[in-house]
Design a protein around this ligand. Structure first.
Ligand code: WQD
Length: 346
């Protein structure tokens, strides 16, 4: 379906970013009209070109900072939104340790501004980008939403936990907002067209972009951060989800929130595959799927890494009527196709 003149308009903050841009595709395909606000501090305008190729049309985009009260008020006044998906946030775990105030200021102020503007402009629905990082190292696996959050391992992770509490308390104060916080696990891959994908700034911190840059010869080799964990092959376990599956979960979340617009509502939902994969199995699967031999070596553990975390997705299946549709192999093939499109650009 493509949007018509009366398609519900959805504000997508950070919509030029990795997860945001893929969610814009799913929104249009589901008949919504996304409106992007992005300050391009951690994204490229080229994402808009990729979206134009995939969608065959331009997507409205405001180059603005989500903390800019005047700019955001003007956008809310001009666009009659039906909902908001809030991706815009600083998200580098390591950087957040060095610059905590920058993270608290940026990530929390932008959310609070949205929560003030939404009731003022009668925008009922909010889907918030949260993270499995709020669980720390769960005692039981797979991790369910009832698992208590642990003290955050980083200021970045703490902004996600605090943001969830801010949204919950705002909804409990009878603000007419209906909200879902989606706790992402590890998003990987790219749109199968290779027109949009992950654009890490500088040296990738995350595993899969480092793998694809190593395969492309941009990085000399990959270091596996530790193989002495209590896991099947000694390397850490994570739940790697195709970014398009994650994008589609956002559409389902919006639909869920649109069901009973009169009632205030807040909940948290895990968005993952429900399967844990070790680092070495990611490497092996990448090599099998692409035919590219990876140069890697085992190194020391990375401080702050949890040993194992993967999702129980029962709630997402039932509440959102959603399940993953892509395999790990597809995710890694799509990531590689995107890297080949990028070439040696970093
Ligand atoms: C995955 C595994 C590493 C790089 C982070 C954030 C989380 C979310 C996703 C934002 C770990 C290992 C990695 C490398 C390696 N981001 N690894 N060599 O740390 O699970 O999650 O990104 O929401 O909040 O914390 O993802 O991809 O960095 O690491 O061995 O060069 O790969 O040790 O076990 P992580 P990751």
């Amino acid at each position: 379906m493509t949007p018509t003149g009366n398609s519900p308009k959805i504000l997508v903050t950070g919509g030029a970013g990795f997860i945001g841009s893929h969610t814009v595709v799913s929104l249009v395909e589901a008949g919504f009209e996304p409106v992007i606000v992005d300050n391009f501090s951690n994204s490229e305008r080229s994402a808009l070109d990729g979206l134009r190729v995939i969608l065959g049309r331009d997507v409205t985009c405001y180059a603005a900072n989500c903390n800019d009260e005047t700019a955001m008020e003007n956008i809310f006044r001009k666009e009659a939104f039906s909902g908001v998906i809030h991706f815009a946030a600083y998200k580098a775990v390591g950087e957040s340790v060095q610059k905590p105030l920058m993270y608290y200021r940026n990530n929390l102020d932008s959310l609070m501004l949205l929560l003030e503007l939404m009731p003022k402009y009668k925008v009922p629905s909010l889907v918030f980008s949260s993270s499995c990082t709020v669980y720390g190292q769960p005692e039981q696996l797979p991790v369910t939403e009832e698992t208590p959050r642990l003290p955050a391992q980083s200021p970045y992770g703490n902004t996600k936990a605090i943001s969830e509490d801010i949204i919950r308390d705002t909804v409990l104060s009878k603000s007419p907002i209906r909200a879902l916080a989606l706790r992402y696990f590890n998003p990987i891959g790219a749109h199968p067209s290779a027109e949009i994908g992950e654009l890490p700034l500088g040296v990738p911190a995350n595993l899969v972009p480092f793998i694809t840059q190593t395969a492309a010869g941009i990085r000399h080799s990959l270091t596996v951060y530790g193989n002495d964990y209590n896991t099947p092959d000694g390397t850490c376990v994570r739940d790697y989800i195709h970014v398009m599956d994650l994008a589609e979960a956002h559409v389902q979340a919006l639909r869920k929130l649109g069901e009973n617009p009169a009632d205030s509502f807040y909940d948290v939902i895990n968005i993952g595959t429900g399967r844990g994969e070790t680092v070495l199995n990611i490497i092996k699967t990448f090599e099998q799927e692409t035919g590219v031999k990876l140069n890697y070596q085992i190194g020391a553990r990375r401080p702050g890494d949890v040993e194992q975390v993967y999702a129980d997705v029962t709630k997402a299946n039932h509440v959102l009527d959603w399940t993953t549709r892509r395999t790990l192999g597809e995710s890694l093939r799509d990531a590689w196709r995107w890297q080949q499109k990028l070439g040696s650009a970093v």
